[in-house]
Design a protein around this ligand. Structure first.
Ligand code: ATP
Ligand code: FE
Length: 335
């Protein structure tokens, strides 16, 4: 089975080709245009997708060294995401499937962040069902009970900001460019995580909240800068390490609670923030501490990419779960 997958939910245009559960190519065109605005501008994102999509698909096919006539099906991100961005990928996928007269397969982006673990990779064992997935990305923070490929249950989620937003907004307060998450990670590696303690929110059950943390960081920085205008520059590593430490502490304590509640010790992470070195280390430490078996995606499959859409496409193909040509993009789309 050869699947061509298209991802265009936010600000990355991506196309991938899979042969069964193996990735042959995974091309991502990141839109740098948003950096100067400090966040994703939806109108500019959809325009850039429209410019990028054909070259990106051509590249993915060329890298995989297959002709489009060999394709078995087209998989695409139906949602969740920015409507204008989703429409570009959805329309493109529908047209191509129609033109080639092959099945069309819709994919939920958040489900794909989780099922990315099933892309066949050497030295990367796959999670066993049931497992817990912590999905941490730019728009979501969820703990999901995964009983089967298509049997997922959200046990908890954020009540306000997503964890990626917490990273990006904290970075913005520190004057770092968008998206600041990877930069906070970079500076955090050189700093003292206990330098500046930030309060942890009290949130019920397995839910999260990150908006209070952002506010306390803002007030803390404003107060310090009043006393020393160079406070941020002089303490950047320690501030980033402290922010990252607090965020990871929040994530890990809920994950521990979920593992205890369900009795499940198979733990996977997914989504853009799973690229974070701190959370990757915390998960590794948890193996010895709590007897967990943990699954961390390859960096390539953490942030938005079409290979993860392709693996869901392949799994749905095996079930004959195809979409109709009347399908529409869905900005809010719960797994
Ligand atoms: P969603 O998947 O919820 O629709 P999205 O697709 O926009 O949102 P992803 O691409 O999955 O989000 O993740 C992007 C987020 O990951 C950004 O907030 C970015 O700052 C964050 N991120 C990426 N790398 C790191 C890192 N090393 N440390 C912390 N955050 C990171
Ligand atoms: Fe994503």
């Amino acid at each position: 089975i050869y699947i061509l997958a298209i991802e265009s939910s936010c600000d990355d245009t991506s196309a991938a080709v899979l042969h069964n559960n193996k990735k042959l190519s995974n091309v991502v065109a990141t839109q740098h245009i948003h950096e100067e605005y400090g966040g994703v501008v939806p109108e500019l994102a959809s325009r850039a997708h429209q410019q990028n999509i054909v070259p990106v698909v051509h590249q993915a096919l060329a890298k995989a060294n297959i002709d489009k006539k060999q394709l078995s099906a087209i998989a695409f991100t139906r949602g969740p995401g920015l409507m204008g961005s989703l429409l570009v990928g959805t329309s493109f996928a529908k047209s191509l499937a129609l033109g080639l007269d092959i099945p069309l397969i819709e994919v939920n982006h958040m489900q794909a962040h989780i099922l990315a673990h099933f892309i066949d990779e050497e030295n990367n064992p796959k999670p066993q069902f049931p497992f817990l997935a912590l999905t941490i990305s730019g728009g979501h923070t969820q703990i999901v009970l995964v009983k089967g490929y298509f049997d997922l249950e959200i046990l908890g989620e954020t009540l306000d900001d997503a964890v990626g937003e917490a990273f990006d907004k904290s970075a913005k307060i520190l004057g770092l460019p968008y998206p600041g998450g990877p930069l906070v990670d970079k500076y955090a590696q050189l700093g003292n995580p206990k330098a500046f303690p930030f309060p942890k929110p009290k949130v019920k059950d397995l839910n999260f909240s990150f908006s209070g943390l952002k506010t306390s960081i803002l007030y803390f920085i404003q107060k310090q800068v009043k006393e020393n205008p160079n406070f941020v520059e002089e303490n950047l590593n320690d501030i980033c390490a402290s922010i990252q430490y607090t965020i990871i502490d929040i994530l890990m304590s809920k994950l521990k609670k979920a593992a205890k509640q369900t009795g499940i010790k198979q733990i996977a992470i997914g989504g853009g923030v799973s690229a974070n070195s701190g959370i990757r280390q915390a998960l590794k430490d948890a193996e010895n501490k709590y007897g967990w078996t943990t699954y961390v995606p390859k960096f390539e499959y953490c942030t938005d990419n079409a290979a993860m859409i392709g693996i869901v496409g392949y799994l749905k193909y095996l079930e004959g779960n195809f979409s109709d040509q009347s399908i529409t993009a869905k900005a809010r789309y719960v797994i």
